[in-house]
Design a protein around this ligand. Structure first.
Ligand SMILES: [Mg+2]
Length: 445
């Protein structure tokens, strides 16, 4: 048997561009191209700039400077007071969007989050597709642009999100590290504040590369353990995990949906698309350590009417073929005679810890089942290591270009809700994207 190397993590850092200013421009599109700053107490002379939009940046307006200084630089500056409730709601909307891709989402302030997408993306390069999709959806569904860094650890993902602003994805692979990350000033790293930077400068350490390559004994002598930790981060050995916002037992369902580039006109089309979805859903169940007892299928007609149909299995599963059997049965029962369909989805719920023992059934060939499970787990590992293309099921699809629209993680419904303000109604309903709540005329397409 060959050894399989440990899977490299794929971590995204999504940073909302000029967040406060973007939210203000969302409500006041007329200011979008005018220089705008969100300022604490704009009437008072001591009010300072909290955020500014792109147009204001062109006047070199700085966050933290006094309003009167900003107005000197740009007399026509639109000055807005902050609306933290709105920022909170947009922040929640963004986190719900991220939550559709992974439950491992860690917020850093209102406008930044790390996402660990290792479970669904096989390489840092492939993480780029997820990042690009999230950026596009954030614009379309929430009205906010993001800069996203994709890398194999949190430190570099964060650095990456600073490199293309606004609205860009930056990938930093292990191989890129010496060229992309190391020339950056050490002060760009999250944990290097002005005080630390002063100490580093005194040692001749200016860039992240200097920090990665300097003598650890010197670092330790001058800065103690903190110095060594910083060196680990600079050298790409940041192993800190993305802390999950929702504990595992809060995840109520795992699902995925897609709108293929073609309409689904007969059962064979449906089977091909569902197979891709079932594979991704089962892989995500296994990655999260769950088995599901309830399977639900949804389909959306070309008139954008969505319906769903579900069943409870006699025993829980995390295996593609078992999910697929249930899905095709459900689909044939409820949707079989009503082609064409525009999009379809699978959702699994009644999740349980996959370590929970289950009664062995007379109706299952346990030995064969165990074998298939091992096979699916091996495929997960191979794909995790070599990329999704390494194992493609014979029955699959690519010729039609089916693409997953990213994992649809339907956690508790109320995680999607944005309370109160009905200005956000559109956002709320679009986020819940199994279609049932899509308001007419405000869909994704
Ligand atoms: Mg930001």
């Amino acid at each position: 048997m060959f050894g399989v190397k440990k899977m490299e993590r794929v971590i995204l850092h999504a940073d909302a561009n000029s967040f406060y200013a973007s939210v203000e421009c969302y409500y006041h599109p007329e200011y979008k191209d005018r220089p705008l700053a969100v300022c604490g107490d704009p009437e008072a002379r001591h009010g300072i700039v909290l955020a500014k939009n792109q147009a204001a940046k062109r006047f070199h307006i700085q966050t933290g400077e006094a309003v009167w200084q900003a107005r000197q630089k740009c007399p026509e500056l639109v000055v807005m007071p902050p609306h933290f409730d709105a920022y909170q709601q947009f922040s929640g909307a963004l986190q719900s969007l991220y939550g559709e891709y992974t439950h491992r989402v860690e917020a850093l302030g209102l406008d930044e989050c790390w996402l660990d997408v290792s479970g669904m993306s096989c390489s840092v390069r492939e993480g780029q597709h997820i990042a690009d999709e999230i950026r596009m959806r954030a614009i379309r569904e929430i009205g906010i642009t993001l800069s996203v860094g994709v890398s194999f650890n949190k430190t570099f993902a964060k650095l990456g999100s600073d490199l293309k602003k606004p609205n860009g994805t930056t990938v930093i692979t292990r191989r890129d590290m010496p060229y992309t990350v190391w020339p950056l000033p050490a002060s760009d790293m999250l944990m290097v504040g002005p005080h630390t930077m002063q100490k580093l400068r005194a040692m001749g350490v200016l860039t992240i590369g200097d920090l990665a390559c300097c003598d650890p004994r010197v670092l330790q002598r001058r800065m103690g353990k903190c110095g060594l930790l910083l060196q680990e981060l600079a050298a790409g050995r940041d192993i800190t995990p993305v802390t999950e916002t929702a504990a595992a037992d809060e995840i109520k369902s795992i699902g995925n949906s897609t709108t293929p580039p073609f309409d689904i006109v007969h059962l064979d089309d449906a089977r091909q698309v569902f197979y891709v979805l079932a594979e991704s859903v089962s892989a995500r169940l296994r990655a999260a350590g769950f088995r599901a007892k309830c399977i639900s299928v949804s389909a959306r007609t070309t008139e954008l009417v969505t319906a769903s149909h579900q069943c409870t299995l006699s025993r829980s599963t995390d295996m593609t073929h078992e999910i697929m059997d249930a899905v095709m049965r459900l689909f044939a029962e409820r949707f079989g005679g009503h082609f064409p369909y525009r999009s379809v989805g699978i959702s699994t719920s009644q999740l349980m810890d996959s370590r929970t023992p289950e009664q062995v059934s007379l109706f299952f060939n346990e030995e064969q089942r165990a074998k298939r499970l091992r096979l699916e787990e091996t495929i997960d590992t191979l794909r995790g290591h070599y990329g999704k293309g390494i194992v493609v099921r014979g029955s699959l699809m690519d010729e039609k270009g089916v693409q997953l629209r990213g994992a649809e993680q339907q956690e508790e419904e109320n995680r999607h809700e944005i309370p109160g303000d009905n200005k956000f109604k559109g956002v709320t309903s679009i986020l819940v994207h199994n279609g049932a709540r899509l308001p007419s005329g405000k869909g994704k397409r």
